[in-house]
Design a protein around this ligand. Structure first.
Ligand SMILES: [Mn+2]
Length: 393
């Protein structure tokens, strides 16, 4: 009933707006509703609030129907618990670019989800616990990666230094003893995780990272002597080396308390794994799901991170390219969407201080937006995990 009503109302609204008032007379009015009510219902104070107006295909597309906010402008003082940030950046990628369009692709994939709808497997309604807002995309320049990553770092830190909307009481995990908002970032290529980790480590100290990916991303950058850069110049970070930098900056928790899940990418040498261990990770390979199942993988993750503050970083290429083809560096033999949901459910209770979903490149997606829908659902599940566990010590 609502959709017929909505379509009719839209036609009437448009006709009113264009001054074709005589059109009104020719349109049959649904019983009990007159034309005056239509214009009333379209008043700005109703448009984004009334149930009939919040159809998944109309209105302003934010992540899972979260509240749109000018977080760095006129709404900077508004409190909230979780900020969704878009990071439209793909100029440090090694193969197919396109992830700069990821944030809006993931929002598009999230149109049927809602922060105020019940996540059935997670058994929770996020909005009962958290005020989630969508801050839109952080401006990131495309001509200088250092500047772009710095822009994201500053935006993320601006959000993190705020006080949250619904402090849960108890002792905060944060070093300053206060409760701060959490950030769910929509990438963007994976390089963005470095500036984001700088933000959370600033607030909580070194964090345990649960890294879902088909690649380890801990590669040691080649020395400048081997590269094209000028003597003395810092070797630029890429979407394959940001964890190496994060470790060197002291952002990661101690060895063995960070974990890669879903790994299957090729290596240049077995020494890459020695280096990976030195950066602080243990590995759960994608094949392991066949041997120990999702429960075994969950156990391995929980054993690794313990009670530490946890940051989740998920490269969409962890999912099999049959289910998530739209990404820069696809690898076959990945995790299914059902498996990732079970693994995420298994992380219930962990203190998730922040998260990102990266490497979604909508240009390579199928017309039915399968990758964007997958990424969006993973983000929705991560919000559920945040809602389940307040950041108390
Ligand atoms: Mn990857």
């Amino acid at each position: 009933m609502f959709s017929t009503f909505g379509t009719l109302a839209t036609a009437l609204y448009l006709s009113l707006a264009s001054g074709q008032e005589q059109f009104l007379a020719s349109v049959p009015v649904p019983h009990g509703v007159d034309a005056v009510n239509f214009t009333k219902l379209f008043a700005p104070e109703h448009v984004f609030k009334e149930a009939w107006a919040e159809k998944s295909w109309n209105g302003l597309t934010t992540f899972a129907g979260s509240t749109p906010l000018r977080c760095f402008g006129s709404d900077a003082e508004t409190p909230y618990d979780v900020a969704v940030l878009g990071a439209p950046f793909d100029t440090a990628t090694s193969f197919r670019p396109g992830a700069r369009f990821g944030p809006n692709g993931i929002r598009q994939g999230a149109r049927r989800l809602g922060v105020s709808r019940i996540n059935v497997p997670m058994k929770i309604r996020v909005s009962d616990h958290l005020d989630v807002v969508d801050c839109g995309d952080v401006p990131m320049v495309f001509i200088d990666n250092k500047v772009a990553l710095r822009q994201l770092e500053l935006a993320n830190k601006m959000v993190l230094k705020k006080t949250d909307a619904r402090s849960s009481g108890g002792t905060s995990l944060a070093k300053d003893g206060k409760f701060h908002p959490r950030v769910l970032t929509l990438g963007g290529d994976h390089t963005i995780t470095l500036p984001l980790l700088r933000g959370v480590a600033d607030v909580y100290g070194p964090v345990s990272v649960i890294h879902f990916d088909s690649h380890i991303d801990t590669w040691k950058p080649r020395a400048w002597e081997e590269g094209p850069w000028l003597p003395g110049e810092e070797v630029p970070v890429t979407h394959g080396s940001y964890f190496w930098y994060a470790h060197n900056e002291g952002l990661l928790a101690a060895n063995n308390s960070n974990i890669h899940v879903g790994i299957r990418g090729a290596l240049n040498s077995w020494e890459d794994y020695d280096n990976d261990y030195d950066v602080g990770f243990i590995i759960s390979h994608a094949d392991e799901l066949e041997d120990i199942g999702w429960k075994g993988v969950v156990k391995k993750i929980r054993d690794a991170v313990g009670d530490n503050p946890v940051y989740i970083s998920l490269d969409i290429d962890v999912i099999d390219p049959g289910m998530a083809p739209a990404t820069g560096t696809p690898e076959i033999g990945g995790i299914t969407t059902r498996e990732i949901k079970k693994i995420l459910q298994g992380l219930s209770g962990l203190k998730i201080v922040g998260a990102d979903i990266v490497e979604v490149a909508p240009g390579y997606d199928t017309q039915d937006e399968i990758t964007q829908i997958t990424a969006a659902n993973i983000g929705w599940d991560i919000l559920a995990l945040m809602a389940k566990a307040p950041l108390t010590a």
